[in-house]
Design a protein around this ligand. Structure first.
Ligand code: G3P
Ligand code: MG
Length: 378
């Protein structure tokens, strides 16, 4: 009897699945190739800035926390110091901000979001580069040398126990991921708060410079395409990354999904479109339509129900500050989906004779397969 089961159940019934050794981690699946030479998908839950809810973001402590949370891949942000050393950092808040609510598209819940609403001071919240919130420094990161940046405390803002944590160099971050066997989504940061479709000449120059320095570092350290995927909001940076390292995956990052996303991704052979689920322009219908055309990932998802809804629309994975909580919630919701599908299939298959008994048998079979899924960490 053939049962129409959700994908996770179908994977559990594929007996060959358990025999394949995981190449990177148990969540890793081979994607249908789009245009890029390296097309291995990222897992469905990726640690955001390491595991931002568990340890100070964008630090080595956060990478270790993500590993402890069960992540197989992490995302961090890279920028350049005044003396052109790539370091891991990103923030936009250097002025007094207020919390307001950004309306998402139903059925997604509205979430509190920090936005700057000051009209009483000179707002310096105009770059992606400020030190104020996450360190004991202030101002823009690119105005300081790497020696000055490395002297800052990047842990105390999170907790007293994290005091002394530093902004890491890209080289140290890569080494840490390698030591922990973690895949790395390296976000090559843009210069302004919102990446414009047409940056100024100076912005373009800075973003291209960063992308080139990052490529130099990746080459020097002999990082393998299986271990790293790029992403960027910056169109100039994406162009450099694709030209210099075309065998690495690269995602096009967006807030609202722009009308020309397919043309841009095709022109630069990007592997995935990574969008902000909270942006009201990204309606479920829009997301579903995009996910039919390309691999899609979404940030930043800290609610299991939202992650489940996004995955049901065809999104392949989410970036989360609390990856362990979202993974646990998804496992629970997958189990409920499988049980409902199995019960429905049983009822449809044998409505007249012992549907209850058959349903119980299918449920029990589904549950034992799901235990296998849990053990494999799918
Ligand atoms: O890559 C997903 C996400 O990190 C993009 O936004 O601002 O957290 O770097 P942000
Ligand atoms: Mg990022």
């Amino acid at each position: 009897m053939l049962l129409a089961l959700p994908p996770v159940c179908a994977a559990a019934f594929d007996t060959s699945f358990a025999l394949k050794p995981p190449s990177r981690g148990p969540h890793t699946l081979r994607a249908k190739p789009l245009n890029a030479p390296h097309t291995m998908e990222l897992p469905r839950v990726i640690g955001h800035r390491g595991a931002k809810a568990v340890a100070p973001e964008n630090t080595l402590a956060s990478i270790r926390a993500a590993k402890a949370c069960g992540c197989t891949w992490v995302e961090v942000d890279v920028m350049l110091t005044k003396d052109k050393v790539p370091v891991i950092h990103h923030d936009v808040s250097s002025c007094p901000c207020v919390t307001s609510t950004l309306a998402s598209s139903p059925p997604f819940p509205p979430l509190p979001r920090v936005v700057c609403a000051s009209d009483t001071h000179t707002c310096t919240r105009d770059t992606q580069n400020t030190l104020d919130r996450c360190t004991d420094g202030e101002g823009n990161l690119w105005d300081y040398t790497v020696a000055e940046i490395e002297a800052l405390d990047a842990g105390s803002h999170f907790s007293p126990e994290a005091a002394g944590e530093r902004i890491p160099r890209l080289t140290a971050l890569l080494q840490c991921c390698r030591d922990l066997s973690l895949g790395l989504n390296l976000e090559v940061k843009h210069v302004t708060e919102h990446a414009p479709e047409a940056p100024t000449a100076r912005e373009q120059e800075m973003e291209e410079e960063l992308a080139n320095v990052v490529c130099d570092t990746i080459e020097k350290l002999n990082v393998q395409p299986s271990d790293l995927a790029f992403s960027s909001f910056s169109r100039p940076a994406v162009a450099v990354l694709r030209r210099r390292l075309p065998h690495f995956r690269c995602a096009f990052l967006v807030e609202a999904i722009p009308d020309d996303w397919q043309q841009f991704m095709a022109a630069h052979q990007c592997l995935s479109l990574n969008f902000d689920w909270k942006n009201p322009a990204n309606t479920p219908a829009r997301i579903e339509a995009c996910a039919r055309q390309a691999l899609c990932y979404s940030y930043t998802v800290n609610d299991g129900e939202v992650a489940h809804k996004l995955l049901s629309l065809g999104v392949r994975g989410v970036f989360s500050d609390c990856p362990h909580l979202v993974s646990d919630a998804l496992a629970r919701l997958d189990r409920q989906d499988c049980q409902a599908a199995a019960a429905a299939a049983a009822a449809a298959a044998a409505p007249a004779v012992g549907a209850d008994v058959l349903g119980a048998l299918v449920r029990s079979s589904s549950e034992s397969q799901l235990r296998l899924v849990d053990e494999l960490g799918v």
